[in-house]
Design a protein around this ligand. Structure first.
Ligand code: DGP
Length: 111
């Protein structure tokens, strides 16, 4: 067992506000929401970041994301998916995760 915070969330050792879950993937609400809807999509298996994750898992993440955006209704007006990666990318939790933001108009480019 490792000390990764998202592994602990995936194992249910730390509570989370779940949006969607299947055998491989968990979607839960971000603890510091930056938009009315701000979800995180993670694989239950640990990968540090997108460069280390296998294609099958990435596909499962995108599949779960599509279900989650439909379930929350943000698919209608649009949303944004972001994977912050590494130091320059602003990744603070080293367990691959996809931010899914929606429910308001989002600015571009990010800072
Ligand atoms: P990033 O900076 O891209 O690595 O994003 C990490 C996100 O994870 C950040 O938006 C806050 C969120 N986060 C960190 N710890 C927790 C937690 O314990 N629970 C939940 N729900 N979100 C967390």
């Amino acid at each position: 067992m490792n000390d990764c915070i998202f592994c602990k969330i995936a194992r249910g050792e730390i509570p989370s506000s779940k949006v969607y879950e299947n055998e491989k993937i968990l979607v839960f609400n971000d603890i510091e929401p930056q938009a009315p809807v701000h979800m995180l999509v993670i694989p239950k298996k640990h990968f540090d970041n997108v460069t280390e994750c296998d294609n099958e898992t990435l596909c499962a993440m995108f599949d779960a994301m599509r279900t989650a955006v439909r379930n929350t209704g943000i698919d209608k007006d649009g949303f944004r998916c972001v994977m912050n990666t590494g130091e320059n990318g602003g990744q603070s939790v080293n367990h691959i995760h996809m931010h899914v933001l929606g429910g308001r108009s989002l600015q571009w480019p990010p800072g």
